[in-house]
Write a new protein. Structure first.
Lengths: 399, 450
């Protein structure tokens, strides 16, 4: 084993130097290190953080591949609407793939390149190991941005997200807000024209806007927020043949990814289930309000409020957010009871924001960030339950 | 009256190399060693100098902070070496054994008719007191305070552990004497946990409150049983004592001799013929290791089980409290793409391309590799699945790490010992040293509050 021995020699050589974390990051990518236990449990499970993160990435790959096809498909379908008549036949084509790859792969490369560079720099400065958190963040970021986002904008956002969202708190495991959503929120508020409206969701829409054959690529939520009808069937929405952020359109694949995460025990089923319940409850409340006639059809909110509650689950980024971002263990509640509460409010508030904030019809991002902030508070009260039980036991004893 | 306790959360780790239920006598060890590090927080004050002669049961040192707390020689012979480390801390005391044991004669003490004071004095004088541990703080019991209850776990669920039903077989007389004596030292009860379907010698004894334990590891940990039977509250003290130590106490009371015999399980995938050995506290591990045979050079010899034991060298000595010696392969090698390839031959609690969930009855040959690097806590929810105590393990660990005494206290630190966190350490994705964190937390509390 020449390579193994050579790498081992290099590791010894770099030991204690500034470059050690950078070298180790690459080394451990190839080889699980030769570290052994010293005290405590002499044996350990095989799972480590790399494997955990890798599992999430595997769950994201189908969304990425679908997103690549969809980027091409939405572009061509916007030019030639007849393609939409039979999406299945016109979706998995080479044309779609090539155009999609041409637009999406650079997003992935920039996200990983810039993000990991920042991580490496921090690891070298701080002298800690390069941690695996960004492997997932770097994959999430290209999937939750509009396809035509300029690469420099993405780079700036990634730097902001990694530095302010994570590294200032001490790196992976210490952050309060989900870094991927911090990046998206930064883009959303810093460059709102690039992040919403009807011209950003389809490749080429912006350039062609001034031309006579302008293409429109409004998302369904965008249409609903303006009380417009949309032209997509429920099945289009479920399979994902609709405009939207790169990887979030296919509810079907997200569902598969979610089931995979639950099966592998990497994602929390409690958060996923309670988020869905929360969204359904809020949706039902709005449906009830619309049916009862409390909201007039002319109201700005009518379109979204009267949308059947279960449609919300397959619209926009809700499913993606619930499965891949609400479940981020670092920023979610850390107690099992807390996870139920945390998840429920994510679903609940997502729909609330979606309906009442037509300017930004995507509520899940803000809902998750908001609940990230409240997660420690939720845990605090869950712990108080346990603490009170212990104190009560003591009181019963001394009384 | 016996009660059933069924533990649901936990994980029984199935390893190769379980000790066969045959008992051999290990060859007599030439040297014996006592390591003061086995007695947590005790600073030894030597009584015997290098070159001094001792009988089995003669005091060799006492605790600097408490003269009553004496530690005695497990064998008769000559104290040959006091090995000191940095700052003259005593690392190991070596005794060269005589060919035949001579015993210091303590009188016979009838457990039934003796007073609590007499029993206590005898335990202290004979060096049996260090067998009694206390909670809170998981240290040797305070000689001043009376315990609320005494807990004994005679059901061992740790991986490759000593089957106490086998190794305590035939010791009913000694056990009865010991529990009767101990029951006088508390106003509460002596709670004994035994395996539900086992043939524990405790099952016919009096002066105890028997509990039938079932479920996965850590059902056999005494901490788990305390939590389910009568948890420790702030201000209370309970004692815990291992059943093999009760045998030594019982024999002392019945015969007047301190005869620290141990029946140990020699187990692990690297042992050629894993089986039980009759030996003594502090014996050279080599006496039984090489009797059984070791398969490979590059092995980890553990005095204790794989979750809580201490690493010793193959030429080292059996720890003071150990009743198991485990030998497993060292894992000091790299593994190509160990973090992403499908794994069939190692245990995992997830299903992230790990397939141990498919074969729940398979026995594994685990090595000492950490299978990954040390990281901050990231994944949540995994510890709770293997942690049956009514507490929040992750939050306790974090409280210990940031030295938040108030949080540690209210979250239940008075109830735990490091070994209660051995399974969470085993399953930890971030490879954090849980037991060390808890130990440091307990020590801090002991210093600041205790």
């Amino acid at each position: 084993m020449g390579l193994k021995q050579n790498l081992h020699n290099l590791k010894e050589k770099y030991k204690g130097t500034k470059m050690a974390p950078a070298f180790n990051a690459l080394h451990t990518f190839l080889y699980t290190p030769n570290e052994t236990t010293h005290s405590g449990s002499h044996v350990r499970v095989v799972d480590d953080l790399k494997r955990t993160m890798n599992t999430v990435i595997m769950a994201l790959v189908p969304c990425l591949i679908f997103g690549i096809f969809n980027a091409g498909y939405q572009h061509y379908a916007a030019i030639d609407a007849s393609l939409r008549l039979d999406p299945l036949a016109n979706f998995f084509t080479w044309d779609n793939f090539i155009l999609g790859a041409w637009t999406v792969i650079p997003l992935v490369l920039v996200s990983y390149g810039v993000g990991l560079l920042v991580e490496f720099i921090f690891a070298v400065i701080k002298g800690h190991e390069v941690e695996e958190g960004y492997l997932v963040t770097g994959m999430l970021v290209p999937l939750i941005v509009p396809v035509d986002i300029p690469l420099w904008m993405l780079s700036v956002a990634v730097i902001f997200g990694v530095v302010i969202g994570k590294e200032v708190f001490g790196g992976t495991g210490m952050n309060i807000l989900n870094p991927a959503l911090t990046i998206r929120a930064f883009l959303f508020f810093a460059y709102p024209t690039w992040m919403s409206g009807d011209k950003v969701w389809v490749h080429g829409a912006k350039e062609m806007a001034s031309q006579p054959d302008a293409i429109s690529g409004e998302t369904i939520l965008g249409s609903l927020a303006q009380n417009h009808d949309y032209a997509y069937s429920i099945w289009d929405m479920f399979w994902g043949f609709i405009p939207g952020s790169v990887g979030e359109t296919s509810t079907f694949l997200i569902l598969l990814g979610g089931l995979f995460l639950i099966f592998t025990k990497v994602g929390s089923w409690r958060i996923m289930l309670s988020s869905v319940i929360g969204a359904i409850v809020m949706g039902l409340i709005f449906n009830f309000a619309a049916d009862a006639g409390w909201i007039k059809e002319s109201s700005n909110f009518y379109g979204l409020m009267s949308e059947p509650f279960w449609h919300h689950l397959i619209l926009g980024g809700l499913a993606f957010g619930i499965v891949y971002m609400a479940t981020d263990p670092v920023t979610a509640s850390q107690t099992n009871k807390g996870k139920w509460i945390y998840g429920f409010f994510i679903g609940f508030i997502s729909i609330l924001i979606r309906v009442f904030n037509p300017a930004y019809p995507e509520g899940v991002m803000l809902a998750i960030l908001l609940m990230n902030v409240f997660a420690p508070t939720i845990d605090h009260y869950v712990l108080q339950g346990n603490i009170k039980r212990r104190l009560k036991r003591l009181k019963a004893k001394t009384a | 009256m016996s009660k059933d306790i069924k533990i649901k959360k936990g994980l029984t780790i199935k390893l190769k190399g379980e000790a066969q239920k045959t008992l051999s006598s290990a060859p007599r060890s030439r040297t014996f060693a006592i390591r003061p590090s086995d007695f947590h927080l005790v600073i030894p004050k030597m009584v015997v100098r290098e070159g001094g002669k001792v009988h089995s049961g003669d005091t060799i040192f006492y605790s600097k902070s408490n003269e009553l707390l004496k530690f005695v020689s497990p064998v008769s012979g000559t104290l040959t070496k006091i090995d000191r480390g940095a700052k003259r801390v005593i690392k190991e005391i070596t005794i060269e054994a005589d060919a035949q044991d001579t015993f210091r004669d303590f009188d016979i003490l009838s457990p039934n008719s003796s007073s609590a004071e007499a029993i206590k004095a005898r335990l202290l004088e004979s060096g049996c007191w260090p067998f009694i541990m206390q909670r809170p703080y998981a240290v040797i019991a305070d000689t001043e305070q009376e315990p609320r209850d005494i807990f004994v776990s005679a059901h061992n669920t740790a991986p490759l552990a000593n089957d106490l039903d086998f190794s305590l077989n035939g010791k009913e007389k000694e056990l009865q004497a010991a529990v009767t004596a101990l029951s006088k030292l508390t106003k509460g009860q002596v709670h004994v946990g035994v395996g539900k379907d086992g043939t524990s010698p405790f099952k016919g004894l009096k002066d105890i409150s028997l509990h039938n334990i079932s479920g996965p590891h850590p059902a056999g940990n005494v901490g788990t049983q305390i939590n389910k039977i009568a948890p420790v509250n702030k201000g209370e003290i309970v004692w815990t004592i291992a059943p093999q130590d009760l045998v030594i106490i019982g024999e002392l009371l019945l015969t007047g001799k301190f005869n620290p015999e141990r029946i140990i399980a020699l187990a692990g995938s690297e042992v050629k013929t894993p089986k039980y050995y009759r030996t003594r506290i502090g014996s050279e591990a080599a006496t039984f290791l090489y009797d059984s045979g070791i398969k490979d050079e590059n092995v980890r010899v553990i005095s204790g089980d794989v979750l809580t034991g201490k690493k010793i060298s193959p030429k080292g000595h059996l720890g003071y409290y150990s009743n198991t010696v485990t030998v497993i392969p060292e894992g000091d090698d790299y593994e190509l793409f160990g973090w992403n390839k499908p794994v069939f031959d190692k245990i995992s609690t997830s299903r992230a391309l790990t397939f141990s969930w498919l074969t729940p009855n398979k026995k594994y040959d685990l090595d000492t590799n950490t299978n990954g690097e040390h990281r901050a806590f990231v994944v949540t929810g995994g510890y709770e699945e293997v942690f049956p105590l009514d507490m929040y393990p992750l939050q306790m660990l974090k409280a210990c790490m940031v030295k938040d005494l108030d949080a540690m206290e209210v979250l239940g630190m008075y109830e735990v010992a490091p070994e209660d966190f051995s399974l969470t350490e085993f399953v930890c994705v971030s490879k954090q040293p849980h037991q060390q964190i808890i130990r440091n937390g307990l020590d801090l509390m002991y210093k600041e509050i205790g």
